[in-house]
Design a protein around this ligand. Structure first.
Ligand SMILES: [Zn+2]
Length: 359
């Protein structure tokens, strides 16, 4: 139980989302007098940001290279190393693994964080949560700190392989079902809904659903997607947990990670299961979400395994054990959910063929 009377909300002091935002990083660090900075990144990431690479080299700054998906035991063994640098700030530059790593270090060592995401594949770019591999082989979400500043360079994010943008889209749109589950739990269990967290989460998905002529190739749409993911991340800070952005669709996705050995992007799974859960709710937004995802080409990026009802049965067996969270999975049995899955999959397939014939 969170004591809301004393809980503080941490939100970034600086959020810069625009094409070329990364060019302002060095001047920002100087302005803030962060002289001893530890960069957390990857070699291939620095190669696409030569300006930052040159600045790090010329100032002989410390760099911690991330070479794997964050693993709790490994990261704990590296905390001493980062602490010994005594940095004024940690700067994370890269995709999900880099950002989760730096958020973890920032949280444990209580050091201000500056994030520069080079991908927009999930709402972790500005959230108080990290996804971490645990000793038992499973992954879980752990509490971390929010960034002090965020530099989202829309040109860099737009140039990244499209699959990451589609994954970001799938993670942002999952707020629709996360909120339905939160409301269901409020009705059935009396769980409290934080008004502002809910409002931010609604803004996050509505900005995408209401975007006129959305296209993943359009830099304006990519900027809207980045802002949607940031808003979703901040909503979790207001909620005090991930309720506003993670419901039954995320429980199915975490179960799918176990079944598919984490082979598929998080946002592919959450976006796909958002459609299934919307169908289970018989929700008004089901068709609108399906149409948006279909028009943008989301489904053609999904692995065929996700559409397999046999694998979905395996996923269902695990999904309810993922976390203690009241959702629609508490109210429908596996047989009903499988029926919903099969109906929704045929509707998605029909929508894809219909969209193909229009182009
Ligand atoms: Zn997510």
């Amino acid at each position: 139980m969170i004591d809301h009377s004393t809980r503080s909300i941490e939100i970034p002091k600086y959020i810069i989302v625009k094409p070329g935002a990364s060019e302002g990083l060095s001047a920002f660090l100087e302005m803030m007098r962060f002289n001893n900075v530890c960069f957390v990144t990857q070699k291939e990431v620095l190669d696409i940001l030569p300006q930052i690479k040159d600045s790090i080299e010329s100032k002989d700054q410390s760099v911690f290279m991330v070479d794997e998906r964050p693993n709790l035991n490994n990261l704990i063994s590296k905390v001493d190393l980062v602490h010994s640098i005594r940095p004024d700030a940690l700067v994370g530059i890269g995709g999900g693994s880099v950002l989760d790593t730096v958020k973890f270090f920032g949280h444990i060592l209580n050091i201000p964080l500056i994030l520069l995401p080079t991908l927009a594949s999930n709402d972790g770019i500005c959230s108080p949560v990290v996804s971490m591999k645990l000793g038992n082989g499973r992954s879980d979400s752990l509490r971390a700190r929010m960034p002090f500043a965020l530099f989202a360079d829309v040109s860099v994010i737009h140039r990244a392989p499209k699959k990451y943008l589609y994954a970001g889209l799938g993670d942002a749109i999952s707020n629709v079902t996360a909120l339905l589950d939160w409301e269901l739990s409020a009705q059935r269990t009396g769980e409290e809904i934080d008004y502002f967290a809910k409002t931010l989460s609604i803004m996050s998905y509505k900005s995408l659903l209401n975007f006129r002529r959305a296209s993943i190739d359009d830099e304006d749409f990519v900027e809207t997607l980045v802002n949607s993911l940031i808003t979703s991340g901040i909503s979790m800070e207001y909620a005090g947990n991930s309720r506003s952005a993670s419901g039954s669709e995320h429980m199915l996705s975490h179960a799918a990670d176990v079944v598919f050995d984490s082979n598929f992007l998080h946002g592919f799974q959450t976006g796909f299961y958002t459609c299934i859960i919307l169908k289970a709710y018989d929700a008004e937004l089901y068709e609108k979400v399906l149409e948006l995802l279909c028009d943008l080409g989301f489904f053609s990026y999904l692995p065929e395994d996700l559409f397999d009802s046999g694998r979905f049965s395996e996923i269902l067996k695990i999904a309810r054990t993922i976390r203690q969270r009241y959702t629609i999975l508490n109210t429908l049995d596996d047989e009903k959910l499988l029926e919903v899955f099969e109906d929704s999959v045929s509707e998605i397939r029909y929508a894809i063929s219909h969209a193909d014939s229009r182009t």
